[in-house]
Design a protein around this ligand. Structure first.
Ligand code: ATP
Length: 235
């Protein structure tokens, strides 16, 4: 397994948010974390990214990751697209993208990757000199994902990338996530839009109140009548 999480616990002060989660992600998989508001999805991905102290163990290719070592994790190949996107609106589109390359030392390859990103997302090329705050919500999500890709991650953590987007743009984002697999990326996708998510994911974990209540192949979860009724809002 590329990423292995064992007995993950996270608390905010005295309040426990994640109570012993186990999860695994194999190379090249798209794994979804689904569950209601407050289930602990964001807390889990932040802990994996190194942004929160945690108990238990998280290993990447067998190497333990230290809690709170976000920059080290980024260099090890874990990139996070945070909930709310984390775009710096008063900087230009290009400045936001360049931030994605700051941890790299291969400047020439990074410049080539930036050019490649503009080919892939022509809207970002058109707007490269404009302020990021002037992009639409969907374009900002595209920018956030492109910025994360520019760190050349092996594991991409995406926290609610479709949140607040118009349906057409949300579909575009789901297609984009599905296409990342072809780039050889491994993805942990946190989403509220469970049905859509289960269509593009290989496997999924359903969280409730900081625990995994069920996990398995995404298609099996989507087809399970009890899960469908209880967690996915029926058919
Ligand atoms: P959402 O979809 O709303 O982001 P989630 O599944 O990602 O939900 P978390 O944001 O991880 O859930 O929250 C898990 C629990 O931790 C919730 O009970 C939440 O109230 C609590 N929590 C989250 N962030 C904080 C914080 N900064 N301080 C205190 N409690 C927090």
């Amino acid at each position: 397994m590329m990423l292995s999480v064992r007995g993950l616990t996270v608390s905010y002060g005295p309040i426990g948010a994640v109570h012993g989660i186990d999860l695994e992600i194999g190379a090249g998989e798209i794994v979804a974390l689904i569950g209601a508001n407050g289930a602990g999805k964001t807390t889990t991905v932040k802990a994996i990214a190194g942004l929160l102290p945690f108990g238990g163990s998280v290993t990447l290719d067998g190497t333990p990751l230290r809690p709170g070592a976000a920059e080290r994790n980024l260099r090890a190949g874990i990139a996070l697209v945070p909930e709310g996107r984390g775009i710096l609106g008063r900087m230009t589109v290009e400045e936001n993208l360049l931030m994605g390359t700051y941890c790299r030392t291969d400047r020439r390859a990074a410049a080539a990757d930036l050019a490649g990103m503009y080919d892939r997302f022509p809207i970002l090329a058109d707007r490269r000199a404009g302020l990021a705050s002037l992009l639409s919500g969907g374009e900002q999500q595209m920018l956030a994902i492109a910025r994360a890709l520019l760190s050349r991650p092996r594991l991409l953590l995406l926290d609610e990338p479709s949140l607040g987007l118009a349906p057409k743009m949300a579909s575009f984002v789901f297609e984009l996530v599905a296409s990342l697999r072809a780039d050889g990326l491994t993805v942990l996708l946190v989403e509220q839009k469970a049905r859509h998510t289960l269509k593009i994911a290989d496997r999924a974990y359903l969280l409730e109140l900081g625990r995994v209540v069920t996990s398995g192949p995404a298609r099996a979860l989507a087809d399970d009548p009890v899960i469908s009724q209880t967690f996915l809002g029926g058919r």
